[in-house]
Design a protein around this ligand. Structure first.
Ligand code: XMP
Length: 485
């Protein structure tokens, strides 16, 4: 019988170094064809990744995977929200017609989080623009938009092929926030907003596709009808993740074969596995990325309920060794509680890490935010928890569901302390990674993988590793009370 290791069982041995933390390069490969600026992916969970999180992740240089406990149309809509965002140019803006009531515009603005709507005729010709400014003093909500909008004659527009610099000049010169793009017949071709232009310049690190739109992935199951996949691809998702508890199974292998045949251009990540055989079998049928992790997650009970799993560090080491010659990247999924764990996962051979609990705590996660005895929390739950499965059962029958008996859950539901905005949390996680690379003399993630040496430690060393013989009176942004327990 072998011994399995996880993050707390080891440390990385420091090495002579000429590398300073602020000089390291943390860019990486997600799949055969997709690259990231930071090696972090937000988990495909209903309390972690919908459009808001995926947008924030891609803006910071990582990526999000939209969870699949949504019906296919809703999931595709979340993908579309990401693809529409921050391209500088919104190619396909939401529109309304002039005879619709004002309340409809307000509803659309609220639901889609937008601050202005181009008003178009049935033929798609621009007739006006309705912005928050136009609605500021409007108390009568049943009147037609035509009465309130800024009409076409008063609008500044630009041709569809205007470049971003030119658009910026026009916006500044006329002190306007939105610039509709039209063709010579005044048909609406797009919309440029000052907000998107500013954002684009604030985030040079954003992870973008060839057309300058944010990159996003979506989780799918093993259903063979491919309706979900078709809708996601129509929404121009960048990659698909066959998201299952047991990736080393016939339905998953079959699904990858079919996806590769039907959609040969789309990168497929598959998982989860925890063994070298599992990883190579997925690659043999065409996976472009392999996700590793059976039971390490903060909310997982698979190991307790089913007695199954491989300690996460050993799982990563085994899969990385098996896939070394194939060049297919590994994503370490679950079980990382600190930035140090991320350094260990990447040193063990993962090209990127997928995080649930560390990101569920941020503002951008969809989980509910609430206060209890002066502390602020967000809900975080396993996708195999009873409540998540119950909510999902009408949308997609992922698990066999018996209406009378309780389902066999492999996850629990809980809460994590609220940690504010995602960019602050990522700053700490990437900062920790950079420090680790400095200690190891690793200028990039490839060197981190190739040069690192682990040392196995004892339970006494774990105690020594954490703050000890002191009562902590103040939490650090990257060290919380629960990290030491
Ligand atoms: P962390 O530790 O980052 O883990 O919170 C997130 C990962 O956990 C997996 N996951 C589950 N595993 N039962 C499980 O055994 C569940 O209910 C469950 N929900 C999520 C998933 O791989 C995720 O990325």
């Amino acid at each position: 019988m072998r011994r399995g290791m996880t993050f707390d069982d080891v440390l990385l041995i420091p090495r002579r170094s000429a590398v300073l933390p602020n000089q390291v390069d943390v860019r990486t490969q997600l799949t055969s064809h997709i690259y990231l600026k930071i090696p972090i992916i937000s988990a495909a969970m209903d309390t972690v990744t919908e459009a808001k999180m995926a947008i924030a992740m891609a803006v910071e240089g990582g990526v999000g995977v939209i969870h699949r406990y949504l019906n296919p149309e809703q999931q595709a809509e979340e993908v579309r929200k990401v693809k529409r965002f921050e391209s500088g140019v919104i190619k396909d803006p939401f529109t309304l017609s002039a005879d619709e009531p004002v309340w409809k515009a307000l509803q659309l603005m609220r639901d889609k989080g937008i601050s202005g709507v181009p008003i178009v005729s049935a033929e798609g010709r621009l007739e006006g623009l309705l912005t928050r400014r136009d609605l500021q003093f409007q108390t009568e909500l049943d009147v037609a938009i035509a009465k309130v909008m800024t009409p076409r004659e008063k609008l500044i527009t630009a041709p569809a092929n205007v470049d971003l610099e030119e658009a910026k000049k026009i916006l500044y010169q006329h002190r306007i926030e939105k610039l509709p793009l039209v063709d010579k017949n005044f048909k609406l071709q797009g919309l440029i907003t000052i907000k998107d232009i500013r954002r684009a310049s604030e985030h040079p690190n954003a992870c973008k596709d060839k057309r300058g739109r944010l990159v996003v992935g979506a989780a799918i199951g093993t259903a063979l009808d491919l309706k979900r996949e078709e809708l996601l691809l129509e929404a121009e998702v960048d990659f698909l993740v066959v998201d299952t508890a047991h990736g080393h199974s016939e339905p998953v292998l079959e699904k990858i074969r079919i996806l590769k045949k039907e959609f040969p251009k789309v990168d497929i990540i598959a998982g989860n596995v925890a063994t070298s055989d599992g990883a190579t079998d997925l690659v043999d049928v065409g996976a472009d990325g392999v996700k590793v992790g059976i039971g390490p997650g903060a909310i997982c009970t698979t190991r307790v309920v089913a007695g199954i799993g491989v300690p996460q560090l050993t799982a990563i080491l085994d899969c990385a060794e098996a896939l070394h010659d194939s060049g297919i990247p590994i994503i370490a999924d679950g079980g990382m509680r600190t930035s140090g764990d991320i350094v260990k996962a990447l040193a063990a051979g993962a090209s990127s890490v997928m995080l649930g609990s560390l990101l569920a705590s941020t503002e951008e996660a969809p989980g509910e935010l609430y206060t209890l005895r002066g502390e602020t929390y967000k809900t975080y739950r396993g996708m195999g928890s009873v409540t998540a499965m119950k909510e999902a059962r009408d949308k997609e029958r992922r698990y066999f569901w018996d209406e009378v008996k309780e389902p066999i859950a492999e996850g629990i539901e809980g809460r994590v302390k609220y940690r504010g905005k995602l960019d602050g949390v990522l700053h700490q996680l990437i900062g920790g990674l950079e420090h680790g690379m400095g200690y190891l003399g690793a200028p990039d993630l490839k060197s981190l993988r190739e040069q690192s040496e682990f040392i196995e430690i004892t339970a006494a060393s774990v105690i020594e590793s954490h703050p000890h013989d002191i009562q902590i009176t103040r939490e650090a942004p990257n060290y919380h009370f629960e990290d030491g327990i």
